[in-house]
Design a protein around this ligand. Structure first.
Ligand code: AMP
Ligand code: ZN
Length: 482
């Protein structure tokens, strides 16, 4: 299955060709864990999930890496303001690590509830400081840095293709430069690789480094961690469009300055924003909607997932309660339709399910499935893919069993939990919850085995917040509501 993606680098559609046949290295920028993810953030992670699921379904072996930012992200992406983590910890009277653990747990609870596949590697910034220091040393050795006012800066004028991703021209940046608040910067677009003095006072987490005790700039974590797990060059990098002009632009400059290899990443994919009343949502103002607020209003997390799939990832999507309720009704019709198809051919359906994916014979179901595949191959057009799913279920042309087999195959990319609708008599919601909790129990066991007790605790804590207790016994871990 050949994919075509719209590459932000170069602003054109391109056939996707990974560096190594059949394998994809993908890095998606993860959350800054100083607060709950808002529903706009979750749009970014659903997009990553659709990408990964679609590639895997097409036969690629995908290594998906996601960072957890628990240090260094300042309130302004351009090195301005205080550290988001430190500010949140101060406001809540907790330590930075407590805040990070709590919101990391909350994040995975949200993504689990939305059926978002856990990345292959989840890496925390604070656990990769030596890798960041080693990378900064390479950048420094290659002559791209200067030291001023106690901080180490990246000098963008030493990197001629600076701003290529965002279509910024270095001459314009020099000429029209706005004044930087940080007077140590030679150019306002220079950025900090390592902080010591300038923001030092309230920083709870600091490390020894060749430039003095301090902490890393935000951008370096993504360069260091992606290269650690995916190699010095890899296939796909993504994030929301807000990351194009600063964060991803700086990631490219640092990475290519360190390795001398270009392009660092072959394909850049960016999701447009979810907007609420035409304003962008802001996690830092505290005035935003979380997944839990949708649940409290009676919506299933998969209703929100369904809503997101209705928009193409490169189009802005307007959130409203009305459209969410429309998605809710549509998903209910979808699951009703699946049940009624199953009622028409129960024994064969069960046989299909027990055999895993079934071969679908030439005919209307296969035609729909192929059109569905073409939609995803065409820059992940989920709206068109959803239309094919609906066509399949609605037009009644395919045999019920064939229609179901095709729908379940489609759902391996969409992640709407359609198979779970049939598997048991329990309502879909309970089934999804049980599956999610079992998944979290397995993750917690793996975290304990890897001695990542903070993660293990944050998973338990996250479940506790939702009224679910875990009990460890000789036969393993069981869960109950309390
Ligand atoms: P953060 O936790 O703030 O670093 O953001 C996590 C991800 O969410 C990033 O990829 C952002 O680009 C993305 N993002 C932030 N706001 C929105 C929004 N309103 N709609 C879609 N994606 C967003
Ligand atoms: Zn990043």
């Amino acid at each position: 299955m050949a994919f075509t993606f719209f590459n932000t680098l170069g602003r054109r559609r391109q056939p996707f060709e990974p560096l190594r046949a059949g394998k994809v290295g993908f890095y998606g920028c993860g959350p800054t864990v100083y607060n709950y993810a808002h529903i706009g953030n979750l749009r970014a992670y659903v997009f990553h999930d659709i990408l990964v699921r679609s590639l895997r379904r097409a036969g690629y072996e995908v290594t998906h890496v996601m960072n957890i930012t628990d240090v260094g992200h300042l309130s302004g992406d351009n090195d301005e303001g205080g550290d988001k983590m430190v500010k949140s910890a101060e406001e809540r009277g907790k330590s930075v690590l407590e805040i990070a653990d709590f919101y990391t747990g909350a994040f995975f609870n949200d993504t689990g509830r939305m059926n978002i596949t856990r990345p292959t590697v989840v890496c925390k910034a604070t656990e990769h400081i030596p890798e960041m220091i080693a990378l900064i040393e390479r950048i420094e050795k290659n002559g791209f840095t200067y030291f001023a006012g106690g901080n180490l800066y990246f000098d963008i004028t030493k990197f001629p293709s600076y701003g290529e991703l965002a279509l910024l021209r270095i001459e314009d940046l020099k000429a029209g430069a706005r004044t930087a608040l940080d007077k140590n910067k030679r150019n306002p677009h220079d950025f900090v690789l390592w902080f010591t003095k300038s923001k030092f006072e309230n920083q709870a987490l600091i490390w020894e480094s060749p430039w003095g005790r301090g902490y890393p700039g935000w951008h370096i974590e993504c360069s260091a961690m992606s290269m650690k797990y995916l190699g010095e060059q890899f296939d796909i990098h993504s994030g929301g469009i807000d990351h194009i002009p600063i964060h991803h632009t700086n990631e490219i400059a640092q990475s290519e300055a360190a390795t001398g290899k270009k392009p660092w990443v072959g394909c850049w994919l960016h999701n447009e924003f979810l907007v609420l009343d035409r304003d962008k949502m802001s996690k830092s103002t505290g005035d935003f909607l979380t997944l839990q607020s949708l649940v409290d209003a009676g919506c299933d997390p998969l209703d929100y997932r369904y809503f997101l799939l209705g928009g193409h990832y490169r189009s802005q999507l307007q959130f409203s309660w009305d459209s969410l309720s429309g998605a809710r009704n549509a998903r209910k019709s979808l699951t009703d339709r699946i049940r009624s198809l199953a009622d028409k051919a129960p024994p064969a359906v069960l046989e299909y399910l027990s055999r895993g994916r079934a071969e679908i014979a030439a005919g209307p179901a296969l035609e729909r499935l192929e059109a569905f595949n073409r939609a995803l191959q065409d820059d992940l057009s989920t709206p068109r893919a959803m239309a094919e799913l609906w066509g399949l279920l609605r037009d009644g042309e395919a045999e019920p069993v064939e229609a179901l087999a095709a729908a379940f195959d489609m759902d391996r990319a969409l992640g709407l939990g359609l198979e779970a609708v049939l598997r048991e008599d329990k309502p879909a919601d309970d089934e999804a919850l049980a599956r999610e909790i079992e998944g979290l129990i397995a993750e917690r066991a793996a975290a304990k085995k890897a001695k990542d007790f903070a993660l293990a605790d944050s998973i338990r804590q996250g479940l506790k917040e939702r009224g679910i207790a875990l009990e460890d016994g000789p036969g393993g871990t069981v869960w109950r509501r309390f």
